[in-house]
Design a protein around this ligand. Structure first.
Ligand SMILES: [Mn+2]
Length: 286
């Protein structure tokens, strides 16, 4: 197996683990994808595409804060065991003062990272960018399906969740949202009425975890994902939303998931790498 490159390492040498601000956690987890396949190849594709990023983002060089890329999490075996390993890696990053940056893999991986956050106490909210609500109780009889991950997050941790960009969910999920009072900004509302003045509700926690399912982006921007849905976010819209939700808040960790890289085109992998780097820049600002 070819060595996994460090994020952006060809331009900015990797930081030692002890002093890095960011710890990249590659999680090639693919067990429940229901439509297109390839999410297991996401982390490597993002890391390889990151070599092509421009380190200067127009303001500064976020990579100078220090990026350490850990080895891929062993995602073989049961989903529960793999989630345990993702949780342990996330917890270790946080214990060392590093911001965990989880690269999926399918969306299920988020549960491992959020369990780690919840275990250390303190209030935090989860901001979810996604075409889907991921609030089903079960999907194909699997409670750890990527279609159920936010339901598990809500049930297990009670963390407030805010959903952005959704445009494909079932009645069960709509009813669950309503019952739990889960706030959201759906893609159609955004398209029809534009950016609201305030995105997150007043009182949303000052510490947030961002989970970015790349299918939140429009398939024109991000064709390489297992379950693409038309009518998604465009690039600058996504950036504006990310800025809006992180302004005045601390990002405790984040993930970018569900990239299913396309052999024929580097667009999706590069866009995902650029997205990771853009969120890093927001972490540095906070
Ligand atoms: Mn998702």
């Amino acid at each position: 197996m070819k060595r996994l490159p460090g994020f952006l390492e060809c331009d900015v040498p990797a930081a030692p683990r002890e002093t890095a601000r960011f710890e990249i956690i590659p999680a090639p987890f693919e067990k429940s994808v229901s439509y297109g396949h390839g999410a297991a190849k996401g982390p490597r594709a993002i890391l390889e595409a990151s070599q092509q990023l421009e380190p200067f983002d127009g303001v500064g060089v976020p990579a100078h804060a220090g990026i350490y890329t850990g080895p891929a999490v062993d995602c073989r075996g049961s989903a529960a065991a793999a989630l345990g390993r993702i949780q342990a890696r996330t917890a270790a990053a946080r214990a060392g003062g590093r911001i965990p940056v989880l690269l999926g893999g399918e969306h299920t991986v988020t549960l491992g990272a959020i369990r780690a956050l919840a275990a250390t106490g303190g209030s935090f909210g989860v901001v979810q960018f996604d075409a889907h609500a991921d609030l089903r109780d079960r999907y194909e009889d699997n409670p750890l399906s990527h279609a159920c991950v936010m339901r598990r997050v809500v049930e297990e941790t009670g963390a407030p969740v805010f959903q952005i960009g959704c445009r494909a969910y079932c009645e069960e999920e709509a009813a669950y949202r309503k019952r739990k009072g889960i706030p959201f900004l759906d893609a159609e509302t955004l398209a029809l009425t534009g950016m609201p003045r305030r995105v997150l509700p007043a009182g949303f926690p000052k510490t947030i975890y961002i989970t970015f399912d790349v299918d939140a982006l429009d398939p024109a921007v991000m064709p390489g994902t297992g379950t693409p849905v038309p009518g998604g976010l465009f690039w600058y819209e996504a950036l504006r939303l990310l800025r809006a939700v992180s302004a005045g808040r601390r990002i405790a960790g984040f993930d970018v998931v569900e990239l299913a890289p396309q052999a024929a085109s580097p667009i999706s992998a590069f866009t995902a790498a650029r997205l990771v780097y853009a969120i890093m820049a927001l972490c540095s600002k906070g």
